[in-house]
Design a protein around this ligand. Structure first.
Ligand code: E4P
Length: 223
């Protein structure tokens, strides 16, 4: 079944959405973390990881060369056992993912900023546990974000690739069901989109009407 991650570093949003029973992980990025002022980086990451139990929390490295990505990844993964290191796609990133998957203590990697099937195939081959195609950012340049996820899921299926696809950069609820139909394993959604997914004006109207009809029938019984 398709899983939902929350794309957020906001503790209140994370706590609230986890209480709905629908969240199987968190993705963050440097922009999302920078928005959360008032708490330093490591305690924030620790708290997010604790709120998620055993579920994965992706935290991105800031280094741009393989050595610094690998060093950062090792430090980050020591913060919590459910931490997944987010590595930007590229040759340096691929080398980092490969190195982090050698030896006894493998570190789970989510390769981010993926915009083509070939990038996803390379990331999977290097050892990525997850790849994150950015649906909304492709749509922003008049490309087909959902189409990319569909092709990627199709190729992964043909080749029995176990790397999970996290559809990211989700802009609206329609993206969510379209990438689910396209075969995405996971969709990471901002809190605003998660709330939109749960709501529908006809649901609200329906509840209102049922209650009104019930009250009316009680009133007429009392007369
Ligand atoms: C995914 O892991 C990213 O954090 C995120 O989805 C980026 O989305 P944006 O294009 O809205 O910044």
């Amino acid at each position: 079944m398709v899983k939902f991650f929350l794309d957020s570093a906001n503790l209140e949003e994370i706590e609230e959405s986890v209480s709905w029973g629908v969240i199987s992980g968190i993705t963050t990025n440097p922009t999302l973390i920078a928005k959360e002022s008032g708490m330093s980086f490591e305690p924030m990451v620790k708290q997010i990881c604790a709120l998620l139990g055993n579920n994965p929390v992706s935290v991105e490295v800031l280094g741009t060369d393989t050595d610094s990505m690998v060093n950062e990844a090792r430090l980050l993964s020591a913060v919590a056992s459910n931490l997944v290191v987010k590595i930007p796609m590229g040759i340096e990133g691929l080398k980092a993912v490969y190195r982090l998957n050698q030896g006894k203590k493998k570190i789970a990697c989510n390769v981010t900023l993926v915009f083509s099937v070939n990038q996803a195939l390379l990331a999977a081959r290097a050892g990525a546990a997850y790849v994150s195609p950015f649906v909304g950012r492709l749509d922003d340049i008049s490309w087909d974000g959902v189409g990319l996820v569909r092709e990627m899921a199709g190729v992964f299926k043909i080749h029995g690739i176990k790397t999970e696809i996290i559809s990211a950069s989700i802009r609206h609820p329609r993206h969510v069901h379209e990438v689910a139909a396209a075969g995405s394993d996971i969709v990471t959604v901002p809190f605003s989109v998660l709330r939109q997914m749960a709501n529908h004006p006809l649901t609200d109207l329906g509840v209102e009407r049922f209650l009104r009809d019930w009250e009316r029938s009680r009133e007429s019984e009392e007369m």
